[in-house]
Design a protein. Sequence first.
Length: 133
Amino acid sequence: MLPDVAGDDEVWIPLVDEPIGSIVAQVQEEHPEIGQLLSSPQQLLAFRTFAYIRVGILLGRLLVEHDVEETAGATWAEQLASNPQHHKAVVAEVLAVAREVGESDGGDDPLGPSDEERARFSDFAKRRLAADT
């Protein structure tokens, strides 16, 4: 059985966030224009989600292409991201994600089904329940 980590933010967040989250956060600090591209909490969440994924993929590809020495002070991801050439690629990826998310208008859409969709489902459920009895 899996432990319930949904309610324990102190445990859950670091498992999801490190070390890629720290790298993305560092790029955000270096480039304040990222915050200006993201206008809603939904866009910020989308930005972080996609930035983590795309930076993780980039660093994974770089790990295959470049040898990394094992050191006690930094993870392989941090070592790769600290290389000036690789850091430029990480920054470019994070900025691309910020621009793409900032240009999208998906953050204003309401979450969940519309009233029309709710009515259609309600009608379907009533017909289905009536047929089953």
